[in-house]
Ligand binder design. Structure first.
Ligand code: CA
Length: 226
């Protein structure tokens, strides 16, 4: 059974959400204020948070930001009202996974909730199995790259690192995030280790490793696969 935290100040909306989600088999927990919701989010485990943007004490954007500072994984679905278009964008920027505009149909909301919970329970490893970089097809399940008849093997961390970059293709990922997601929080490799593995990947992928065209360094930020 999945636990959902609903942070919503409007009583009727809270009631409808509790009722409908409860009927779908979710265990629903509610908070009517931002601070209260934040406290719950940070002290208990939930599978998803439904977060209203307009809250009386601490708005949804702030709540989202503060939750994300502690928890990078919990899916957060924002509830926005018509006319809060800008908040919607800010919401995604501060780390919400999705948003839904009021008034919404319950079926749509349920579909979004389901999708968000499913996405969060998958690791990136399960999502991307193959990609094409520099004319080479990378098969992450086999840890190998193929170009025509030529094959190159990838070591475990090279493979995991490349897959992580492929999942986030087009966006910058920081060294810290790479270290945490690829090596795991316990292993906590140094950023030097990350750099070394980037260099190894470049030597396998880039025609001119010293002038990378695919695995780019974004100064002061991290790396980006394009
Ligand atoms: Ca509200």
């Amino acid at each position: 059974m999945n636990d959902i935290l609903v942070i919503e100040d409007e009583k009727d909306m809270r009631f409808i959400l509790s009722d409908s989600l409860g009927a779908e088999g979710y265990r629903v927990h509610t908070a009517s204020e931002g601070r209260e919701g934040l406290k719950m989010a940070l002290t208990r485990e939930f599978d998803l948070i439904l977060l209203d943007i307009m809250l009386p004490d601490l708005n949804g954007i702030e709540v989202c930001k503060l939750i994300r500072a502690q928890d990078s994984k919990i899916p957060i679905l924002m509830l926005t009202a018509k006319g809060e278009e800008i908040d919607k964008v800010v919401g995604l920027e501060v780390g919400a996974d999705d948003y839904i505009t009021k008034p919404f149909g319950m079926r749509e909301l349920l579909a979004r909730i389901k999708a968000a919970i499913r996405r969060s329970s998958q690791t990136p490893v399960e999502i991307v199995t193959e990609c094409v970089i520099a004319g080479m097809t990378v098969d992450f399940n086999k840890s190998e790259m193929t170009q025509g008849r030529r094959k190159k093997k990838l070591t475990r961390y090279e493979n995991d690192l490349l897959r992580f970059l492929a999942v986030h293709r087009g966006s910058v990922v920081s060294r810290n995030r790479i270290a945490e997601e690829v090596w795991g929080r316990e292993a906590s490799p140094s950023s030097r280790t990350v750099d070394n593995y980037i260099a190894r990947l470049r030597s396998k992928i880039e025609p001119t490793p010293a002038e990378p065209q695919h695995i780019l360094t974004v100064h002061g930020e991290g790396y980006k696969l394009v």
